[in-house]
Unconditional design. Sequence first.
Length: 62
Amino acid sequence: MIDEPSVACPYCGETITIVVDTTAGRQSYVEDCFVCCQPIVLDIDVDPDGALAHVDARPENG
Ligand SMILES: [Zn+2]
């Protein structure tokens, strides 16, 4: 299942939409903000039934 949650960039505060493949389960990866180009660490939790549970966006070295 593909979900497209919105998160606030921890650097510039801009709301960005990310694409999450929830079939991959719990995941963590870095994606550059398309507004300020800084690396955002995305921690993604997926429910056992495959639904997106929680998305956390934080600075790479914070
Ligand atoms: Zn940004």
